[in-house]
Design a protein around this ligand. Structure first.
Ligand code: UFG
Length: 342
């Protein structure tokens, strides 16, 4: 059976996709530098610890495992961090992707699923955001994702590849079996930030960026999608481009907006605790409202999102945060202390 290379498969979305690949009987190998991913998240296949800057190792991995397609996650993915360190984002995301595409061309790999982002739209003219909306990203992160989309399209045209570009909206939730989950130190995404505050009640109030934005309650509105549903999209998208040789670009969201204040209330309901918060200045990199027009994604791939309620997504993350995350954080700390990558 042909092997799939999963770059960044030790990360949050990547590891959930690996679980979905394993459930659908696929053969795959993870390539990850473990800078932000977790060794414990790689449970269903071999792990090659390596960076996208290492073209020799990439090539060797592709040849040794007879790789025929790629699902590409390896990238830095924090909108606000990218404003502080744009060079890091261009180096990792764009140079890294160029290396990968060069090695794919050299080794004859012809299919790629790419993890793009709604951050590539910037502040959209119209909401919900249609797949053909203009892309005018407002952060280095969004610009690196758009640059990678263009690069993939150019390489695909020249080499007769097929690709799926998946523009994710806000990914949350957790594997309901708790085999894997989100672990960053510190967490930067809003759902774990709020839930950790509830778990460690002595923390500072949650800062909520906004208050004066042109939305119903003045805080950002986001379209949350459960990571398990997003994972299924990757498996089906890969099957689709391999079977048809036809490329596709999809917005991957549910088309439902939730404001950060509404989300906080849902977290209070789930944790059954009041969660203190404090309004903070709006962040220049955060568009006020990002809600998808998911278009054909669910019908074209013959899928139905399984977890459509924000409350269910929060419940799954809450289970993970209470029951499994503490042990994973300890593992991460031990490997940092012992000087090995985690
Ligand atoms: N937020 C706060 N306080 C915090 C952290 C976040 O108010 O302490 C707000 C942000 O301003 C934003 C919302 O919560 O409005 C969501 O923030 P996240 O950090 O959870 O997610 P982002 O929207 O900033 O970024 C995420 C991914 C990106 C992706 C983007 C699409 O990290 O890769 O969703 O919106 F591009």
């Amino acid at each position: 059976m042909d092997t799939i290379l999963v770059t960044g498969g030790a990360g949050f979305v990547g590891s959930h996709v690996c679980k979905a690949l394993s459930r659908s009987g696929k053969k795959f190998v993870v390539y990850d530098n473990l800078a932000r991913g977790n060794r414990a998240a790689v449970q269903w296949c071999d792990l090659v610890v390596g960076d996208l800057s290492d073209r020799n190792l990439l090539q060797e991995t592709i040849e040794r495992h007879s790789v025929k397609s790629v699902i590409h996650f390896a990238a830095l993915a924090y909108v606000r961090e990218s404003i502080l360190y744009p060079n890091m984002y261009w180096q990792n995301n764009v140079s890294g992707t160029k290396n990968l595409l060069d090695v794919m061309a050299e080794t004859g790999v012809r299919h790629i699923v790419f993890s793009s982002s709604c951050a590539s739209y910037g502040v959209p003219d119209d909401v919900p955001i249609h797949i053909d909306c203009d892309q005018n990203p407002i952060t280095p992160y969004g610009r690196t994702k758009l640059a990678c989309e263009w690069m993939i399209q150019d390489y695909a045209r020249q080499n007769e590849w097929s690709y799926a570009i998946l523009r994710y909206f806000n990914v949350t939730g957790n594997d309901p079996d708790l085999d894997i989950g989100e672990v960053h130190e510190p967490e930067t995404h809003i759902v774990p930030i709020i839930l950790l505050n509830s778990l460690n009640f002595h923390q500072e109030p949650v800062p909520i960026f906004g208050g004066t934005l042109p939305t119903a309650d003045g805080t950002c509105v986001r379209d949350f999608i459960h990571v398990t549903d997003l994972a299924s999209v990757h498996v089906k998208a890969l099957e689709h481009i391999v079977a048809t040789n036809v490329s596709a670009v999809f917005n991957v969201g549910l088309g439902k907006g939730t404001s950060v204040l509404e989300l906080l209330k849902v977290c209070e309901e789930v944790t059954k605790k009041r969660i203190p918060y404090q309004m903070a200045n709006p962040n220049p990199g955060d568009p006020p409202c990002l809600v998808a027009d998911p278009g054909k994604v669910w019908t074209a791939l013959n899928l139905n999102p399984r977890y459509t309620e924000i409350k269910t997504m929060v419940e799954h993350t809450w289970q993970w945060i209470q029951n499994k995350r503490p042990a994973w954080i300890k593992l991460k700390q031990q490997s940092i202390d012992s000087g090995s990558v985690c």
